[in-house]
Write a protein that binds this ligand. Sequence first.
Ligand SMILES: *Cc1c(COP(=O)(O)O)cnc(C)c1O
Length: 346
Amino acid sequence: MNDKDFNGQGVVEQLRTFPRCLLAHVPTPLEVMERLSAHFAGVSLFVKRDDCTGLGFGGNKVRQLEYYLGHAVKERADTILITGAVQSNFVRVAAAAARRMGMECHIQLEERVQQVDTLYRSSGNVLLNRILGATLHSYPVGEDEAGADAKLGQIAEQLRQDGSVPYIIPLGPEHDPLGALAYIDAAHELLVQLDQQSLPLDHLVVTSGSGATHAGLLFGLRALGSRIGITGVCSRRNALSQRQRIAGHLEKLSAMLNKDPGIEPDDIRLTDVSLAPGYGRLNDGVIEALRLTARCEGLFLDPVYTAKTMAGLFHLVRQQEISGKILFWHTGGQPALFGYGEGLLD
Ligand SMILES: *Cc1c(COP(=O)(O)O)cnc(C)c1O
């Protein structure tokens, strides 16, 4: 991996000082999307296949969990706790990672999406959580991060009283974004691949949800001396509030790594063009992106994150806001397709 010295290689060395469990199949493939590119004038589209990270149906959370589970093992935890949406990919992969490390897993599912059907509650990631034997709890509200965290804290307290050693995967913006560290490493992985394939990339498009992936990639690229443009496509909140999240993560990463990568305010690029009608809800552009990508490339996107992101990419290309060689960072999530079923049919 380290056959070429990028500027600021030191940041990659510094990542090694954080405890980590190796869980992901990396490097993930970097592929060209020829048929999808042909749909648009003047662009070449590529895809970074982080849907292929291996563990528990893969996705971006496998990389992120390497750092959380590393921390949990260091604290001698025996039980992982995590909260998320009913069809959360993070909780599914957390449960798989817990099992891989010989731990129990408690999952709290929040009601973030309205007007759902029975498949949403029984299939997709929910089914996989059950197969993994995770203990499921439910939280009746969707937009109450503090309340959901407090409830998770109570579950942890009960487990402690019962003699377990729980580890909460903390995802609120006030916590250090440990998962973002994995995407600094992934930025390095990408730069090595681009170098090996002699591919001068112009722009990268990635989902911006909690923002760990987006912030980690942006931090990593700039810390390693790359000026490749990066746009985050909002899946959870509008561009204005997401900008605050990303800026907050970047500040925390600077403190955690004691490094200022020189990120300008203009480097934080976001679009929320495909977000409506809200988190986890489909719209026509999202369904178009999901179908077109499958029918051109045989590549499945997920309804909550990556199809929204591809719809955002289509928009930016059509508006000629981005051009040239463009990379779509596939963050996984395909099991949620089975929780959305009916809404995806012609
Ligand atoms: C969680 C998730 C994202 C968002 O990643 P963040 O690091 O939270 O911004 C994107 N795609 C998929 C499939 C996810 O599960």
